[in-house]
Design a protein around this ligand. Structure first.
Ligand SMILES: [Zn+2]
Ligand SMILES: [Zn+2]
Length: 608
């Protein structure tokens, strides 16, 4: 049984409940219907909670008499169908705390008794009843069980009560519900497609990356074909950043504890870092720790040190320090997921140090870089989520600089508006030291993905004592823009695999061309073409096996090779190649020189 994430669900406030969407009400109501059915089938089931989720709903049960599995779904769904048909009303009643406790104690519902304590004193304790089923719940629901017209149970998982390993283990059933069957079917089809495109599955089939127990969980090993993807992305980033006036730096993978104290990562971020490496020294009494080193979880502090290593003047700004820096984060093992969540990652990082006057144009250029990349990768839908501060929480959740907050947020908002960028503003979600912009993109199949986060930082440069000499010969503190448009290689490649279903555009394809001689007499010509293409930088291979041409084509298609050259005697005599493109089929015979020149041009322009 899979394990559910160990993060406890925070109880919704009454405000949040009122804001629950129609769909969330529907799904939460469906959770009640599922619990009704489970209790009918297994009357000893003890209930915990059943909130809506982003994709549906779940309900947690303690079910001593039975271990749930997907084989139970038809039976549970059939019972749910009956509950729907009975068209029961969701009826609300208010109880006193003592009444509520007594009600659940008599029925041996110990989790409900514990959950009672979560309800703040000022909140009324409400029960919702549909048919014979009664739940402790603040709502809201749909009117009747009959309103739930399309649902499906999806998976089971184990889940600790309140997400805590020390508590009893419960069984969770995940399901989903939609307003109608058509929407449910469409969602299920999209799920199937997502499964087909799963980067873990394709990554294995194409031999892009692997994990090994001896290396450690969450530490990907890039195989030759995966390394090609990475090299190409780095090449793209380096070219783009060079044109945009960035300079490259290189920094070590670790640093002393003192630096992370300056940056504030320690102690606040310690849980997300690998434990320190301790350098020890023999003493008369035994040993003592002389120094602690940490693997870096972020590149910023190292870059700040480079900024601060020489005196800076306004003439040096903006200074744009770029590095594909490798970072290490100690993600919980339950949270690791293929390349999407890992413990080592290479980030398309850069820090732009600028004066307040330069901020707008620098930030604008960063946005333009994003749009440039979106075009190359064919991301048609995107949104920037601009997180701002809450003036009421200055000095607590947000650094206490009211004027700087206002000024920077205004600048960010203006630039976003001026550049015609699609964005939404989210109050109270900024980082401690400045506003942040999360960039969301959608794949061709509609999968949403946070590609990267930009942050405007007006507090940390001060912590590091970073200064520059202003035009007026006084001391100024630079603003710092953190940006990483291509995110980390790990997450970005995972997303690209799913976006393209492994059928990479020519410029990215690990194997761009495979030459397939029909018989032995064409081998020499085929080898010569491969050598010529390699000399021109094209990743070309030959299938020199004794297979029949049909099998060679099938293998190349299976390997998702972008372009195939099929060479028979006729092609060889005419100096032609018969071109076949993966997923597009036969393109006919063409002069070899012309085809190769076209490939070189297409690769160069990163045309997809
Ligand atoms: Zn409810
Ligand atoms: Zn940074």
């Amino acid at each position: 049984m899979a394990e559910a994430p160990k993060t406890p669900v925070e109880r919704k406030t009454l405000d949040q409940r009122e804001q629950m969407s129609e769909l969330e009400r529907l799904r939460h109501s469906c959770a009640h219907i599922m619990a009704t059915a489970v209790l009918r089938i297994w009357p000893d089931a003890m209930l915990d909670i059943g909130p809506p989720t982003k994709e549906g709903f779940y309900y947690d049960f303690d079910l001593p008499s039975h271990r749930l599995s997907p084989e139970d779904f038809p039976k549970i769904e059939a019972e749910m169908q009956k509950v729907v048909k009975e068209n029961q009303v969701f009826e609300k009643s208010i109880k006193t705390r003592d009444e509520a406790r007594a009600y659940f104690e008599v029925r041996n519902q110990k989790y409900k008794v514990e959950r009672l304590a979560d309800i703040p004193e000022r909140e009324a304790i409400s029960f919702f009843q549909n048919g014979e089923f009664v739940d402790l719940c603040a709502g809201p629901h749909v009117m009747r069980t009959g309103n739930v017209k399309a649902f499906k149970l999806l998976t089971v998982a184990s889940a600790y009560f309140r997400g805590n390993e020390k508590n009893p283990q419960l069984q969770r059933i995940y399901g989903t519900a939609f307003p109608n069957k058509t929407e449910l079917e469409a969602w299920l089809a999209a799920q199937e497609e997502a499964k087909r495109r799963d980067h873990r599955k394709i990554g294995k089939e194409m031999q892009l990356f692997t994990f090994d127990d001896d290396v450690g969980p969450g530490l990907p090993l890039w195989m030759p074909k995966g390394a090609v993807l990475i090299e190409e992305l780095e090449k793209l980033a380096k070219e783009t950043e060079f044109r945009a006036g960035y300079v490259r730096v290189r920094t070590p993978h670790l640093a002393k504890e003192s630096m992370y104290k300056t940056s504030g990562h320690l102690p606040y971020y310690a849980e997300s870092m690998f434990p320190p490496m301790e350098l020890r020294e023999e003493t008369a009494g035994g040993e003592r720790v002389v120094e602690k080193y940490y693997l870096k979880a972020m590149n910023c502090p190292h870059h700040h040190k480079i900024f601060g290593s020489v005196p800076r003047s306004y003439r040096d700004l903006p200074l744009r320090l770029a590095e594909y820096g490798t970072c290490y984060r100690y993600e919980q093992s339950g949270e690791l997921m293929g390349l999407m969540r890992v413990r080592s990652m290479q980030m398309n990082d850069a820090h732009i140090y600028c004066t307040p006057e330069q901020f707008a144009s620098e930030f604008k250029a960063v946005n333009e870089m994003y749009l440039h990349y979106f075009k190359i990768f064919g991301f048609e839908k995107y949104q920037m989520r601009f997180s701002t501060h809450d003036p009421k929480r200055l000095g607590e959740k947000f650094v206490d600089e009211p004027e700087l907050w206002k000024k920077t947020e205004d600048m960010v908002r203006n630039v976003l508006q001026e550049s015609g960028i699609n964005f939404v503003e989210i109050p109270n979600e900024a980082a401690f030291y400045g506003p942040k912009i999360d960039v969301q993109v959608w794949s061709v199949t509609g999968r949403e993905f946070t590609i990267a986060t930009n942050q405007v930082d007006f507090a940390v440069p001060r912590r590091f004592g970073l200064v520059y000499k202003t035009r007026e010969n006084s001391e100024g503190t630079p603003l710092c823009i953190h940006r990483a448009p291509l995110g980390t290689h790990e997450r970005f490649v995972a997303f690209l695999i799913e976006h393209y279903a492994g059928n990479f555009p020519l410029w990215l394809a690990p194997e761009q061309v495979r030459v397939l001689p029909i018989g032995d007499p064409q081998h020499e010509y085929a080898h010569a073409i491969v050598a010529e293409m390699r000399a021109k930088g094209i990743r070309a291979e030959i299938d020199a096996s004794g297979d029949k041409i049909g099998a060679k084509i099938r293998n190349a298609e299976k390997d998702k090779v972008h372009t195939m050259f099929i060479i028979g005697q006729k092609e060889q005599d005419a100096g032609n190649v018969a071109v076949r493109v993966h997923g597009k089929g036969d393109q006919g015979a063409k002069p070899k020189d012309e085809v190769v020149a076209q490939l070189v041009a297409d690769i160069e322009s990163r045309r997809s």
